[in-house]
Ligand binder design. Structure first.
Ligand code: URA
Length: 439
């Protein structure tokens, strides 16, 4: 077999065999196939697409390029959730302890933020002492002892995906549904959870800009997971405006703490109840979504979810006093409001621009190894549909450098669309797949 023939076959729109896909993935992971051939192949896949069978083969080949954890020895059900990436998405911080507090273990490996979209590991690192790097033995021990663990994805899980993803990032080949689906699912399968809920974000602040694309991605990922013997469901959720109010690492941890203590924005709470209930329904722990939401609402109100959150964070070395006193999280030196340039109703907020402005402030990274500033970010005071007076604060900027503050302010000037009559805000949730889990 030759790499060049496999590239040409895909370039000509033909279906690759399982053996050809395995040859290509192994060859690239082991360094026999160079970057330029892998880049040409990714572009051919982006332009020509892949069948569901090819995508499943690609996923399994990438998952098997490294270690595949088997968590069935820990419990029959170990749950995971994965967001396809958004702005202000602190769902894992709330959902993981919420679900674990209801008695089903949650074992999750998470990523860092890249570009305008944030990452759970960066958020958790804003808690002093929290250890994100765990060995597989430590990951499994904590899961057994506490029923909850969230660590950084280890380098030996799906290493082929790590190589392909870095290449795709610089060859304009990220935006391919089969490549995204196989990238996400190879890591999920390798991390060992038996039940996985995919939180597929749709809209301006997400990879998937339309509901149709999000649905296609979700259905493909569910089929791949099932082929690998996992139970998988998906929520299609709005990302036209940030989730909640806070965007930025410590600010988002603070917001998650508020939700876990029964406060915080209603959209975050509602989304977390849905994602968590779907996780419990997947594991057969509740009869349906409604029963799951009711159970989890009780876990929030009774303080059980908060208790599990404190147990989890402190088990991984995080400072308990910071959880009780979130004002001790990293704090920004410069705090300034952004006044509304006019009166009216907010018709749209460009979530991508909000995400980019938070990166400019230092909350995210443009390049993989950029350092981040945990204290900085944005807190929105107005969301779509809200009435605004001229000069009223649309948001507050948290910064540590005056030049970055000025650059973010400039970027945010065009992030808004206005209406003179009240527009209806977008729904938080579009769809649950499979639909029978929604009833
Ligand atoms: N997230 C991933 O893990 N992979 C992709 O390709 C896109 C988003």
């Amino acid at each position: 077999m030759r790499a060049v023939d496999i590239i040409a076959k895909k370039r000509d729109g033909l279906e690759l065999s399982t053996a050809e896909i395995e040859f290509f993935v192994r060859g690239y992971a082991e360094g026999h196939i160079p970057d330029y051939q892998a880049a040409a192949w990714c572009m051919a896949v982006l332009l020509r697409g892949m069948s569901a069978r090819e995508t499943t083969d690609l996923t399994l080949a990438m998952a098997r390029s490294g270690k595949v954890l088997d968590l069935r020895a820990v419990a029959e059900w170990v749950l995971d959730k994965h967001s396809t990436g958004g702005v202000g998405d602190k769902t894992t911080l709330v959902v993981a302890p919420l679900v674990a507090s209801a008695g089903v273990p949650v074992g999750k490996m998470s990523g860092r933020g890249l570009g305008f979209s944030g990452g759970t590991i960066d958020k958790l690192e804003s808690i002093p002492g929290y250890r994100v790097a765990l060995s597989h033995a430590q990951f499994i021990r904590q899961l057994r002892e506490h029923g909850i663990v969230v660590a950084a994805q280890s380098a030996d899980l799906a290493p082929a995906d790590g190589k392909f993803y870095a290449l795709r990032d610089v060859t304009a080949t990220v935006e391919s549904i089969p490549l995204i689906a196989s990238s996400i699912m190879s890591k999920k399968i390798a991390a060992g959870a038996t039940g996985i809920v995919l939180d597929v974000k749709v809209g301006r602040g997400a990879f998937m800009k339309t509901l149709e694309m999000a649905r296609e991605l979700a259905q493909l990922m569910i089929a791949i997971g099932q082929a690998a013997g996992r139970r998988v469901a998906a929520v299609l959720a709005d990302m036209n405006q940030p989730l909640g109010q806070a965007v930025g690492n410590a600010l988002e941890v603070h917001e998650a703490i508020r939700v876990l203590r029964g406060e915080g924005p209603a959209d975050v709470r509602d989304h977390c109840l849905t994602v968590g209930a779907l996780m419990l329904a997947l594991a057969g722990h509740v009869a349906n979504l409604e029963a799951g939401r009711a159970l989890l609402a009780r876990q929030l109100e009774s303080g059980a979810a908060w208790h599990t959150f404190v147990t989890w964070i402190t088990a991984q070395g995080g400072a308990a006093t910071v959880l009780e006193h979130p004002e001790r999280l990293p704090q920004a030196a410069l705090i300034e409001p952004l006044p509304a340039p006019r009166a009216g109703y907010l018709a749209a907020i460009d979530a991508q621009v909000i995400g980019q402005a938070s990166v400019v402030l230092g909350a995210g990274r443009e390049k993989k190894d950029d350092p981040i500033d945990h204290a900085v970010g944005i807190v929105l005071h107005k969301k779509i549909g809200d009435a605004v007076e001229r000069g009223e604060a649309l948001l507050t900027l948290y910064a540590n450098h005056a030049d970055r503050l000025a650059a973010a302010r400039e970027l945010l000037r065009d992030a808004w669309q206005w209406s003179d009559s009240p527009p209806s805000p977008p729904p938080h949730l579009y769809e649950i797949i499979p639909a029978e889990l929604a009833t």
